[in-house]
Design a binder for this molecule. Sequence first.
Ligand code: ADP
Length: 756
Amino acid sequence: MLGGLRRSFAAKLVALEVGTIILVSVSLAGLLIAGRILQTHDLEQNVARGAVDSFRSDLDNAGAGLTSLSRQLADFGPSAAQFQSPDRSGLTTLLALEAGTRPAGESIIALDADGHPILGRTASAAAAGQTDATPKLSRFDNLTSVRLVQQGQNYPYGYIDRAGSSLILSGVAPVRSQGQTVGYLVDSIDIDKLLRRLTSTSSGLQHSIFYDNVRAATTLSSSLLGQPLPSGLAAVGGDSQFGIYSLTGHTYAGYYGSASQSPHVTLAADVDDRGFAAQLLNDALIVLFATTLLATVLTVVAFYFARRFALRPLAELGKGAARVAGGDYTGRVEVTSADELGHLGKSFNLMSERILKNTQELESQRARLDAAITSLSAVSRALTTTTTGEGALRQAVLDALAEITGIAEVAMYTGVDQPRVTATRGIRAAAARQLLSPAAAKAAMTGADGAVIRLPKPPPDYRGYAALVVPMVYQERPVGALVAFSREQLGHIDLPSINVLANQATVALQNSLLFQRERQTVIRLQELDELKSDFLATIQHELRTPLTAIIGITDLLDMAWQTWSEAQKLDAVGDVQMAAKGLYELVETVLDYSMIESDRLRLDLLPTAVRSATDAAVEDISAAIKRHNVKVDVKVPENLRVQADARRLTQVMKALLDNAVKFSPANSTVQVRGARRNGRVTLEVVDKGIGIEPENQKRIFERFYQVDNTATRRYGGTGMGLALVEKLVTLQKGKVEVKSRPGRGSTFTVSLPAVE
Ligand code: ADP
C-alpha cells in the first residue's frame, strides 16, 4: 500500500488531504475537550462558590434568628426579674417554655453577669414542644461570644464558638435591669446539627466548617474531622479560594471562604467531581464522535472532490501523457475545469496540438524532401539519360519542378532575347505565354536567382496568380527559365533546390542538344560512309562496265579487224564511243558535283528558251530512249523563257528525263510539260514508272542516295543525278519537287523564274 502511495501522486494528494482532515479534526476535538474541561472547572467553581454563598447566607439566617430570639427573650420584661431572683424556678420555667418553641438541638442558656452559665434548656427532637434535660452547662462557661458582647461588640448574625469539644453557633443578648447587665441569654445550636439541617445530602454537595484551619464540622466522612485544610488553601486568610483535591478517595471541587460569625472560621462547600467528570467524559465522547463523524464526512467529501477535481483529471492527464508517449498526438484530454488542472489540460492539449502540427510539418517536410529526392533522382536519371530526347528531358524537369514546389502549373521558357515556352505541365503553352509574356520572362530571368512576379492582367481563370521565375544559367549566362504559376504564397518555396534543378537541367539540356547534334552528325557520317561505300561500289560498277565494254570491243576489233566488214567495225566503234561518252558524262557529273560542293561552279544566267533546252536533253538521251523502248512526248511551248544557264538547264532536264526513261516500263510514254504560272515557268517530267515510296521521296535528292541498291543496279546510275539537279536548280533560283506513287509513276517539277 505504501509502495502504491509512493508511486501515485493522486494517492499522495488524497493521503495529504485525509491527513489534514484528521489533524484538523483531532485538533478540533482536543480544543473542544480542553474548552469543555475549562468550562467544567468553571462550572464546578461556580457551583462551589454558589454553595458557599448559600451556606453563608443560611448560617447568617440561622445566626440572625438565634440572635434575635435571644434578644427577644432578654428584652422580655419578666426576664430581668427572674435573673435577679434567687429563686431559679421562674427562670427555669421561662427557659423551658422558650426552648419548647425551638427546633430540636437548639439550647437556651442563661448566664450570669460574668458570663458563667446559670441554667440551660435544650429543645428535644423526640417530643417537640417539650423541654429537654439541662445541658452540660460547663461547655458554655466563658464563651468568646459573651466576652466580645461584654466588650461592646455586636454580632447580629451570631457567633461561632467553641463550646467544650464541639462548635456552636450562638446569638448572645444581655439582660438588663435599670441600666445594669444582670446576665446574658445565649441561644445556640450545635454546628454539627445545624450542618445536617442545612445540607441536603442528595445534592452531592458537602459542607464543612474549619476552625483555626482544622476541619471542625463536616457533612463529609467524620474521619476527616480534625484534619487541616487541603494543601494549597491553608495559608490563605479569610478570602475565598477554589481548589480541586482528593478526599477519602473522591475528587472534590471545593470553595472556601470566610464567615461573618468568627475570624477563626472558614466555610467550605465541596462538590463531588464525579458528576462533572462523568458529564465531561460524556461530552468528550460526544465531541469525539462528532469530530469522527465530521472527519468521516469531510473525508468522503474530500474523496468525492479529490476524485472529481483531482484524481479523474489527473488520470485523464496521465492517459493523455501515455498516449503522447506512445506517439499518438491526436487525442485530447477532457479536463475543462477553470483550475490549475484545467490550465494544465489546456496547455497539454495545446502542447499535443503543437507536437502534432510539428510532427505533421516534419513529416510533410520529410515527405517533400523524399519527394524532392525522388524527383531529383528522377531528374538526375533524366539528366543522365539523353536517349529519351530533349522533349522527354524537359518534361522530366517540369515533373521535378512540380514535385519540389508542390505546384501543378509549371512551364519552361527557352532563350533569353525572345524567350519561348518550350514545355509546360498542368497549363497550356498559350495560357503560360499570356500569363508571362516573353518580355516579362526576359526581365525576370536576367534578375536575381529567382523572382516572384505579380501578373498584371491574367486571364479570368488565372486571377490572383503569381509567377515564380527561376533562371536557367549556362556558362554564367541565362538561357531560359523555369516558371511556376500559382495562387498560393510563393515565398516559402525552396529556391536553392530549384536553382540546383534549373542549373542541372540547363547543363543536361545543353548536353542533350550537343548529344543530339553529335548523334545526328554520327548518323550522318555513318550514312555518308554507307553512301560512300555504295558510291564506290556503284562508281566501280559504272566505271568498269563501260571500260570493260571498251576494252572488250577494242580487243574484238583488234582480233577481227581483218575479218569484220566496215559496217561491223563502225558499229563496234559506235559502241566504244557510247561507252566512252557514258564514262565522260560520269566523270563530268562527278566533277560538276565537286565544283558545286567547293563553290566553284559558275553559271551564266541568261534568258533561255525552255523548249530548246528540253529538246537538247531529249536528243542527248535518245540512245537510252531507244534502248528502253519508251516514247518521250514533249509539250513545252516555244515561247517559254527562263533566266537560266542553257547548258545547265539541259543538264537538269537530261538527268530528269534519263531517270524517267530508266524507271519506265517499255512502251510507255514519258511526258514533258511546260507552263507559265505566276511569273514562273514550271517544267514537269511525268513517267508511268516504278514510282518512289513516300519515305524515300526526300532522300532521293541526297547525293549518292539510291532507293534500293539491288534494284538500282538493275537500272544503273550513281545516285548523284538528282543531287546535282537540286544544286543546279537552286543555283538558278529555282525549285525542284517530286510527287510519286509507288507502281504508278513519278512527276518531277522544276520551277524557274520566267523571263518575258
Ligand atoms: P541515279 O543516277 O541512280 O539515277 P539519281 O540521283 O538520278 O541517281 O536518282 C536517285 C534515285 O532516285 C534513283 O536511284 C532512283 O531510285 C530514284 N529515281 C529517280 N528518278 C526516278 C523516277 N523517275 N522513277 C523512279 N525512281 C526514280
